[in-house]
Design a protein around this ligand. Structure first.
Ligand code: CS2
Ligand code: MG
Length: 403
């Protein structure tokens, strides 16, 4: 089973996605998600210029060897662009292996550990009342875990607030980054009040999550974590910039609020200290950005050894192929924690026949052979790439901060 064709597909049905399609000598096709929000063409070029020429004639069944060939052979290792590109090849090869075996990928990973994949939805609002209503709406739809984000009084724009026209929050909107102003003081005052109202009005019978999105200093994160303890969050996500792993020693020493980090990580080495020292409770690496199924399994096994559970990234900027790949891993690991599920903007469904479905708080992965996602290539061609940048954040004095 040799690779005889490889194609990068860039499509923009409501938002940009980068896909990799591999075809084998016996007619199997495999798909991989290579979407890196705001840097899509960097991954497309890495694949087209530096990876695809190396794949022609390779044995498609040798997934681990191909992973090593692309990782060790690049010399320049790690980083989001390289690891997203390697991930797309890895996903496509697992897709092919499942199709050749007539089995869904989770069966090749050891079979079901659970009946379905518990997911959390994204509630947001212009203020506390709207956010509480948003959380209630997800509970009404059977979700047992909901992330709550609200606009912060006094700030014009805040991370994570949906536009209202759809549930999916899409931050990459313009060809030039939107500039937002951030102020930590109002945020540290507001979030505990928001969580108090959510628990007072909706109770403690479900899990509530919050994403600080890399914006705090370690002691500010410790302060927030401690102030949220009465509201028993499932997790406080990305309290500080994720690359500063030792910062979490400060946070951990002050609060018992569970911590989640990792959506920006792309290798086990990015979270080796966080997991090894038990500085976090959930690791958020995704198949799409952390080297594919092959490498994410290693991260999650390392996490399992240290009592850390998984909480894979699943925002709308991971294509349905990437979400499906996450779900197959989620089904087959013992230390699954939760899966993010934001859904996708329309008209994504015109390009992807996803195979998975939502029911009663869980996503149920397809039992079709492989990853279970079909791509309508004609429809994909109808949505050409649109330059879109993520916002940037400045403090009130004009200095750069973290979006
Ligand atoms: C967010 C992401 O889902 C999350 O937890 O942090 O939506 C993130 O902002 C985007 O993936 C960035 O492209
Ligand atoms: Mg996040």
């Amino acid at each position: 089973m040799r690779i005889v064709d490889a194609e990068v597909v860039v499509t923009s049905p409501g938002r940009n996605y980068v896909l990799l399609k591999l075809t084998t000598s016996d007619g199997h096709t495999g798909w991989g998600d290579a979407t890196l929000n705001g840097r899509e063409l960097a991954v497309a070029a890495y694949l087209s210029e530096h990876v695809l020429p190396l794949l022609d004639g390779r044995d498609a069944s040798r997934i681990t060897d191909t992973w090593g060939f692309l990782y060790r052979g690049a010399y320049w290792r790690r980083g989001p662009v390289t690891m997203t590109a390697i991930s797309a090849v890895d996903q496509a090869l697992w897709d092919i292996k499942g199709k050749a075996a007539g089995l869904p990928v989770y069966e090749l990973l050891g079979g079901r550990c659970r009946d379905g994949v518990t997911v959390y939805g994204h509630a947001s609002g212009a203020g506390i009342e709207e956010t509480v209503a948003g959380v209630q709406d997800f509970l009404d739809r059977g979700y047992r875990a909901v992330r709550a984000q609200s606009r912060i009084p006094g700030l014009v724009a805040t991370y994570g607030i949906g536009t209202g026209v759809s549930e999916v929050y899409e931050p990459a909107v313009g060809a030039v980054p939107m500039e937002e102003i951030w102020e930590t003081g109002p945020y540290l005052d507001f979030v505990p009040r928001m969580m108090a109202r959510i628990r007072a009005e909706l109770g403690y019978g479900f899990d509530v999550l919050h994403d600080a999105h890399h914006r705090l200093t370690p002691i500010q994160a410790a302060t927030l974590g401690r102030s949220l303890e009465p509201y028993r969050l499932f997790w406080l996500e990305d309290p500080t910039p994720a690359e500063d792993q030792s910062a979490f020693r400060v946070i951990r020493s002050h609060t018992i609020t569970p911590l989640a980090v990792g959506e920006v990580f792309n290798s086990v080495w990015d979270c080796q200290q966080l997991i090894g020292e038990r500085l976090i409770d959930y690791v958020r690496t995704s198949v799409t950005h952390a080297g594919g199924i092959t490498h994410v399994r290693r991260i999650f096994d390392f996490a399992d050894l240290h009592g850390v559970q998984t909480g894979a990234h699943g925002a709308g900027d991971l294509s349905p192929v990437g979400i499906a790949a996450n779900l197959h891993v989620d089904m087959a690991i013992p230390n699954f924690g939760i899966q993010e599920y934001m859904g996708h903007v329309e008209p994504t469904a015109r390009v992807f026949d996803v195979g998975y479905h939502y029911s009663e708080g869980m996503l149920h992965v397809s039992d079709r052979p492989g990853l279970g996602v079909d791509v309508n290539e004609d429809a994909a061609r109808a949505y050409p790439y649109v330059p879109r940048q993520l916002p940037v954040v400045r403090l009130r004095d004009g200095s750069m901060h973290n979006w």
